[in-house]
Design a protein around this ligand. Structure first.
Ligand SMILES: Cc1cc2nc3c(=O)[nH]c(=O)nc-3n(C[C@H](O)[C@H](O)[C@H](O)COP(=O)(O)OP(=O)(O)OC[C@H]3O[C@@H](n4cnc5c(N)ncnc54)[C@H](O)[C@@H]3O)c2cc1C
Length: 429
């Protein structure tokens, strides 16, 4: 979004529509799913200007199948890297385990490695085109919602906290991310997000393709330094380089500041990676050539007993913030959107549909929040780290059987609702 959108003057009278609070991945996916179901909606976004910030993310096949049904997958495939494999290494760069991803694993839909801003940009353009630019109301931070039993009234403030005109709607859905105002209203005593003991530093940088050119790499382990590295845009210059996203993760004594734009300091994490010169990638050079490094604490929240109260509910990170260790936060927001739109279409726009959505999606996502703390896919790396005593190995087979690692990967997929692919090795996209 390059400029603020002037609010539709009809907004305050639009009592029969769905009010979506937040134009992130979840809110925009919901707007598209509602439009497809023939349900009117309006999106209210706190930011005056959605800038290309955020991180690279992976969208797993269960979520890209939804994006396909919303008619945006072709466009996303043009922008994103179609992930070919997930590969795991120890901190000495030795290969531990690989498995094919997305279509390469036999899924009908691909795994996408994409900049969050690119995904958001495609969803936003589709919403504006199909639903109308005036229905994305920028510079409107929702500060509270009142439920009268027959409708809701949303209260807003501008960037400086000055009140703006209220808006009416049939229901309100908080898609306002990990610092959700609506979640705080529904659960005022919950407290701030819970720190996992791990901090993350992230950068994006132009780099020549490495490994398959579409490999999602996880390497090392959290106590000694772990990296997640994958390309998110192809052929960004005449030299055929890609935009490569990296995240360094390290256990720490205290959390770094919680702010999406907080700059990270090289000294705080680089020593853990200072000897990562691998024959398949020079990680040191990758980090050193990155212009801007951002820092985030790795946080989540305990699952909530419920998200839906009368005509108000939550979706995406507002409902189930999870530590980003399973490539599932944005994907689950997209799955929430499909489920909620389906329930509203089937039961009518009201409290019953919100309760039904809660009953389906809350238990499903609670399991993922908890699994991401203990047994996400990178538990493969913990296994190898512990069994090898954090030493290089001669043969991975002497450290751990492939079946053990496969089971960790498959167990997580089951919890996350990613259906097993068909015969991975024989299928090409
Ligand atoms: C390092 C890292 C790596 C990640 N990797 C992955 C990955 O590989 N795969 C994956 O699926 N997920 C990943 N995630 C998680 C993913 O980014 C989030 O789960 C996803 O963005 C959630 O979407 P959302 O729409 O719920 O919230 P957001 O995308 O955060 O959007 C919330 C929106 O609400 C707006 N807003 C906030 N407050 C208000 C208010 N009061 N009123 C109006 N608007 C408001 C915000 O400005 C924003 O536009 C990762 C996260 C991190 C930090």
């Amino acid at each position: 979004m390059n400029r603020p959108v002037v609010p539709d003057p009809g907004a305050a009278r639009s009592g029969d529509e769905v009010a979506i609070v937040g134009a992130g991945i979840g809110g925009l996916a919901l707007a598209l799913a509602l439009h497809r179901a023939g349900i009117a909606c309006r999106v209210y976004e706190a930011a005056a200007d959605i800038r290309p910030l955020g991180v690279g993310i992976n969208v797993l096949p269960h979520a890209s199948a939804v994006l396909k049904s919303l008619g945006v997958l072709d466009e996303l495939e043009r922008i994103a890297v179609i992930t070919r494999e997930a590969a795991f290494f120890n901190r000495f760069g030795q290969h531990v385990y690989s498995e094919p991803a997305g279509r390469w694993a036999g899924h009908d839909a691909p795994q996408l490695s994409i900049h969050r801003a690119d995904l958001q940009g495609v969803l936003l353009a589709a919403v504006r085109e199909r639903i109308g630019a005036g229905r994305v109301v920028a510079a409107h931070a929702c500060v509270g919602v009142d439920d009268s039993g027959s409708g809701v009234r949303l209260r807003f403030a501008d960037h400086d906290g000055a009140p703006l005109a209220d808006a009416n709607a049939a229901i309100a859905i908080g898609c306002d991310g990990i610092h959700s105002a609506l979640r705080r209203q529904l659960w005022p005593d919950e407290g701030t997000p819970r720190w996992s003991g791990v901090n993350m530093w992230r950068g994006v940088v132009a780099h020549a393709p490495f490994l398959s050119g579409a490999t999602m790499v996880r390497a090392g382990w959290l106590s000694v330094g772990k990296m997640v590295i994958y390309p998110i845009r192809d052929r960004i210059d005449g030299e055929g380089r890609q935009l490569v996203n990296w995240v360094a993760e390290l256990e720490g004594a205290e959390p770094v500041r919680r702010d999406w734009n907080a700059r990270g300091r090289l000294d705080d994490f680089f020593p853990a990676f200072a000897d990562w010169h691998f024959d398949w990638l020079d990680v040191v050079a990758l980090i050193r050539s990155t212009e801007t490094v951002l820092a985030y604490p790795m946080v989540d929240q305990d699952p909530l007993p419920r998200w839906s109260f009368g005509r108000i509910s939550l979706l995406g990170d507002a409902a189930h913030p999870m530590v980003p260790r399973g490539s599932n936060g944005a994907g689950q927001a997209i799955l929430d959107a499909a489920c909620l739109a389906g329930q509203l279409a089937a039961r009518g726009v009201g409290a019953d549909a919100l309760a039904a959505y809660d009953a389906i999606r809350n238990p499903a996502t609670a399991k993922i929040v908890l699994a991401n703390r203990t047994t996400p896919p990178d538990a493969i790396l913990r296994e190898v780290h512990e069994r090898s005593g954090d030493k290089p190995f001669a043969r991975i087979e002497d450290v751990v059987a492939r079946e053990t690692l496969e089971k960790i990967a498959d167990d997580y997929k089951r919890i996350a609702g990613v259906p097993a692919g068909s015969d991975a090795s024989r299928r090409t996209p």
